[in-house]
Design a protein around this ligand. Structure first.
Ligand code: DX5
Ligand code: ZN
Length: 220
């Protein structure tokens, strides 16, 4: 079923208080916690890895929606599974030759596989992964260049979302980058149901209101 999943991006949280920031978001109605994992190579930024996921897991039972912006996602499967990750979304650009093995390993380690694509990557590249015998369960359509929070939403990416939604009516489709009160309606009406939002949630005076606004847009 295509139910809304509102996923605050913890990249915009106060990392020095990650546990309480996570608990606060779940209390405000977040469904998932979006965890941006970077390696300083696939993207020009470095954030968190398995040790931080492991620490956070001790403080929450929430769904940790991990977005792997790394060149070698296969190397992260076992450490992240042991750390307590829930979803494991890798970039199709990094895994052209080994995505079947990667999906299999993600599932055998008890995590939910997803595939992400950068703005410049054609949507056709994810079709084989959605249609495989052992498929991904979510497609993450990047609506900014991956690497940093606080960038401007790219509305032209909604063509990808519309095409995916038409082709796969029950697929989880996530959008990430520049989502907030002013961009959610275009994303939700295109067919996105998993909504990542960093700066718009953490920068709001009342994050709870932004989370419920995002949910209402997906539900209507
Ligand atoms: C960017 C990350 C995003 C980012 C979104 O590389 O994948 O998850 O935190 O932040 P906002 O919502 O501020 O664009
Ligand atoms: Zn992300």
């Amino acid at each position: 079923g295509v139910t809304p999943k509102i996923a605050p991006s913890m990249l915009s949280s106060d990392f020095a208080n990650l546990a309480s920031e996570a608990q606060r978001m779940l209390h405000f109605g977040a469904d998932w916690l979006h965890m941006d994992i970077m390696d300083g190579h696939f993207v020009p930024n470095l954030t968190i890895g398995a040790p931080v996921i492991e620490s956070l897991r001790k403080h929450t039972k929430g769904y940790l929606d991990c977005h792997l912006m790394v060149t070698n996602p296969l190397d992260y499967v076992e450490p992240l599974a042991k750390a307590g990750a829930s979803g494991f979304t890798f970039h199709v650009e990094t895994s052209k030759d080994n995505w079947e093995e990667l999906i299999q390993r993600i599932k055998s380690h008890g995590m939910t596989p997803g595939v992400a694509l950068k703005p410049g990557t054609p949507i056709e590249e994810v079709y084989p992964l959605v249609e495989a015998g052992n498929p991904v369960e979510m497609v993450l359509v990047m609506t900014v260049e991956p690497g940093f929070g606080g960038q401007k939403f790219m509305p032209e990416m909604m063509d990808k979302v519309r095409i995916l939604r038409k082709k796969y009516p029950s697929l989880d489709i996530e959008v990430d980058g520049g989502l907030g009160p002013s961009t959610i309606d275009v994303a939700a009406s295109a067919g996105a149901n998993c909504i990542v939002a960093g700066s718009s949630v953490f920068g709001a005076p009342e994050p709870v209101q932004v989370i419920s606004l995002l949910r209402n847009s997906v539900e209507k």
